[in-house]
Design a protein around this ligand. Structure first.
Ligand code: F6R
Length: 621
C-alpha cells in the first residue's frame, strides 16, 4: 500500500525521486520521505501530512539542489504507528548510516524490537519497519569484521537480516559504507528494478519509473538484488547469483499521464473501448492457446478439468462472477466463486482435476496471491489474469492471460474491469468450443458478438451528458441499493462498490430477488434503488422487484435497453444503454453506473483519483 522508489544514477537523483513520489501519490499516502547519500553521509527528509507531504518535500531547497546520485523515497499509508514525521520512512539505524524503506508488514516486529533494545539499539519510531534498519546495522558490523572490504558485505547483511523477519516485505536499503549500492529484497510485496541509460532504478510500481528505464525486472519472492549505477546482480535466498531476463514494458510514460483529462478515472473510463479491443486482439476462440499470453502446461489438460474455482477481490471478484455464469452456461463445468481472502481459510477441496483462476488487475493483491499459493500446493491447475506483465500473480502458474488495458492509475477500477470481462468471456467461449460444449459456428457467433461490445461501450460513453443529468437528480441522496438478477447481479455489486469508493455514500449491491428476504425492511422514501433491467430472461421479474421497492416509497432509477419501449411508461428515470446479448450485458450496463458514481463524487467535492482510506494495490492481508 506504500510506494517505494530508489535511484542510483550518474546525475543528481533528487528530481527523479520527487517526481517518482508524485507518480506514486495516486496510491494515497499520509507521509513521505527521502534519504540521499551525500559524500558518504545519509541525509533524511521526512514529513507526515495527508496528501501534502510530497509538496512539502519539494519545497526543501537543500533536497532540491542536492548533487547526491543515490537515494530512496517512500510514500507511507500507516499500518503500524500513527502518521507522524518520526514514523515516516525512510528509517535509519542508530548511527544514521543505514536507510531503509519498507512496504508490507513485519508481523514479528515486537519480538525483534525487544531483542534489539536489549542489545542497546535506540528505536525511534512506532513502526514495524524500523527494526529492519537496526538488524542490518548489526549484521553489517559482523560482515565487516569477518570480510573487511568485501563489496558484497552490504548485500550479505541485508540477506542475514531477512532471516528474522516474519511477514511480508518489499525492502530497499542504502548504507553510507556502500554509497554506490541499493539492495532490494522481496517477499509478497512488489519490487521492480528498471535499467536505464543514466542509471538504474527500483520501485514498488513500474509506473513510477517508466520514464527513466527501458528494461525491467520484477523480483520474485525470496530474491535479493544489488543495484549499482551500471549493474544489477540478482541472488536467490542463499545468495547464489542467478541469471535473469529483463522484460520490456509496452506502457509508455504518456499512458500513465492525465493528458488533459480532469482525472485519471475519467480518462480511464474513456479508454475502455480500446482496453476491451486490445485485450481481445490476436485471441482466437478456435485456438485456445492464443488466449494465454504465457503457457507452461499442455492445454489438452483442460479436457480433464472437473471443477473451476474463480478467486479475486473487489472489482476482480465481480468479473469472476460474470465469468462463473458464462463458464457454467457454455462449458457446463461447475464453477465456484471465492473472495480471495476467504478462499484458503475455508479449506476448499482441490485436486489435479481442478482449475483455479486467480484474477487481479495489479497482480500484487496479497489475498489473491495467497489463494493461488494455496491452490498450487494441491496440484490444481492455475491460470492467472492480470493487467501487469511480470507481476507476482503471473509467477509460478500454469498459464497467464493479460488484460491489455494499459496502466490504471485511478484507484477505482474501470478499464481493467472491462479488460477482465473481455478476456474471461472470450476464454469461456473458447473453452466451450475446445471441450465440445459449443459448436464451432456457435462459438464464432458469440465471439463476433463479444467483439462488437467495444462499439457499444463507446456509444454508452458518448451519453455522459444524459447520464449526468439523471445522476444530478440524486445529489443529496444517501442510501443506495443496486439490484439486478443473473448478469445484472454482478453489475449491481460493481456499481455499488464504485459508488462507495469514490462518493463515500452508503450503497449495497443485491440480487433483486433476495431483497424481499430482509433488506426491503430498510427501504423508505429516503432510499434510492437502481435496478439493472436490461433485456434478459429475468427482465419481467426484475421489473416486479422494482415495483415492490417503489411501493415502499423508494426512489427508483433503472438501467434499460435502448429497444425497451415499455419501460418509459413505468419509470421516469432511465439510463438507456445499447442492447447487448445477455451474457455480455455487464460490459455495457456498468458504463452509466460508473458515470453515476463519478458525478456524485464530483458533486460532493471528492478527489476521485485518491478516495479516502483506499489504496490502489492492497499488499497487506
Ligand atoms: C475497486 C477496486 C478494488 C480492487 C481490489 C482488487 O474499484 O479497485 O476493489 O478491485 O482491491 O485489486 P486487484 O484487482 O489489483 O487484485
Amino acid at each position: 500500500m506504500c510506494g517505494i522508489i530508489g535511484a542510483v544514477t550518474v546525475e543528481s537523483v533528487s528530481e527523479t525521486l520527487l517526481e517518482g513520489l508524485k507518480r506514486l501519490e495516486y496510491r494515497g499516502y499520509d507521509s513521505a520521505g527521502v534519504v540521499l547519500i551525500e559524500s558518504e553521509v545519509l541525509k533524511f527528509y521526512k514529513y507526515a501530512h495527508l496528501n501534502k507531504s510530497i509538496e512539502k518535500l519539494s519545497k526543501i531547497a537543500e533536497l532540491n539542489s542536492s548533487l547526491a546520485t543515490v537515494g530512496l523515497a517512500h510514500t507511507r499509508w500507516a499500518t503500524h504507528g500513527v502518521p507522524n514525521d518520526v514514523n515516516a520512512h525512510p528509517h535509519a539505524d542508530c548511527t544514521d548510516s543505514i536507510g531503509i524503506v519498507h512496504n508490507g508488514i513485519i508481523e514479528n516486529y515486537r519480538q525483534i524490537l525487544l531483542h534489539l533494545e536489549k542489545k542497546g539499539h535506540n528505536i525511534k519510531s512506532n513502526t514495524d519497519s524500523e527494526v529492519v534498519a537496526h538488524l542490518i546495522e548489526d549484521n553489517l558490523l559482523v560482515e565487516k569484521q569477518s570480510n573487511q572490504d568485501d563489496p558484497l558485505n552490504f548485500v550479505r547483511a541485508v540477506r542475514k537480516s531477512l532471516n528474522l523477519l516474519k511477514g511480508t516485505y518489499g525492502i530497499a536499503a542504502v548504507s553510507s559504507d556502500f554509497p554506490g549500492q541499493i539492495v532490494v529484497a522481496k517477499n509478497m510485496s512488489p519490487i521492480v528494478v528498471g535499467l536505464g541509460n543514466s542509471g538504474n532504478y527500483i520501485s514498488s510500481d513500474v509506473a513510477a519509473i517508466l520514464e527513466k528505464a527501458d528494461k525491467f525486472l520484477y523480483l520474485k519472492d525470496n530474491q535479493i538484488a544489488l543495484i549499482t549505477q551500471d549493474n544489477l546482480r540478482l541472488y536467490d535466498i542463499d545468495l547464489n547469483e542467478i541469471d535473469f531476463k529483463t522484460t520490456e514494458v509496452t506502457w509508455s510514460y504518456a499512458d500513465a499521464q492525465k493528458l488533459g483529462h480532469e482525472s485519471f478515472m475519467l480518462k480511464e473510463m474513456y479508454e475502455q473501448p480500446v482496453a476491451f479491443k486490445n485485450t481481445l486482439a490476436d485471441r482466437d476462440i478456435n485456438k485456445l492457446e492464443l488466449f494465454f499470453d504465457e503457457i507452461h502446461f499442455d492445454p489438452n489438460r483442460l479436457m480433464d478439468i472437473q471443477k473451476v474455482f474463480l478467486v479475486g477481490c473487489g472489482t476482480s471478484f465481480h468479473s469472476a462472477m460474470v465469468a462463473k455464469y458464462a463458464i457454467e452456461h457454455w462449458v457446463r463445468i461447475p464453477v465456484e466463486l471465492d473472495i480471495a481472502s476467504e478462499f484458503r481459510y475455508r479449506d476448499p477441496i482441490l485436486d489435479g482435476s481442478t482449475l483455479v483462476i486467480g484474477i487481479s488487475q495489479s497482480g500484487e493483491t496479497i489475498d489473491t496471491l495467497a489463494a493461488l499459493n494455496f491452490a498450487r500446493k494441491s496440484r490444481a491447475k492455475i491460470i492467472s489474469v492480470s493487467n501487469v506483465v511480470g507481476s507476482a500473480l503471473t509467477n509460478n502458474v500454469d498459464a497467464v492471460m493479460f488484460t491489455r488495458a494499459g496502466p490504471e492509475i485511478g484507484v477505482a477500477a474501470t478499464k481493467t474491469y472491462i479488460g477482465q470481462l473481455a478476456v474471461l468471456l472470450g476464454f469461456a467461449i473458447s473453452l466451450g468450443k475446445f471441450r465440445g460444449t459449443l459448436f464451432k459456428s456457435e462459438a464464432e457467433n458469440y465471439f463476433r458478438e463479444l467483439l462488437s461490445c467495444s462499439d457499444k461501450i463507446d456509444m454508452a460513453l458518448k451519453r455522459r451528458e444524459d447520464y449526468n443529468q439523471l445522476a444530478q437528480k440524486l445529489s443529496g441522496a444517501k442510501d443506495f441499493f443496486f439490484i439486478g438478477r443473473n448478469m445484472g447481479y454482478p453489475t449491481s455489486l460493481e456499481a455499488a462498490l464504485k459508488l462507495k469508493e469514490i462518493s463515500y455514500l452508503h450503497a449495497e449491491g443485491y440480487a433483486a430477488g433476495e431483497l424481499k428476504h430482509g433488506p426491503i425492511a430498510v427501504l423508505d422514501d429516503q432510499s434510492t434503488v437502481v435496478g439493472v433491467a436490461t433485456k434478459n430472461k429475468l427482465y419481467d421479474k426484475v421489473l416486479s422487484n422494482l415495483e415492490e421497492v417503489r411501493s415502499r416509497g423508494a426512489n427508483v432509477f433503472v438501467v434499460a435497453s435502448d429497444s425497451d419501449e415499455e419501460i418509459g411508461k413505468h419509470f421516469e428515470n432511465i439510463f438507456y444503454v445499447p442492447d447487448t446479448f445477455e451474457l455480455f450485458s455487464p460490459i455495457v450496463d456498468i458504463i452509466p453506473l460508473q458515470f453515476l458514481a463519478y458525478e456524485l463524487a464530483k458533486l460532493a467535492g471528492n478527489d476521485v483519483d485518491r478516495p479516502r482510506n483506499l489504496a490502489k494495490t492492497v499488499t497487506v492481508e
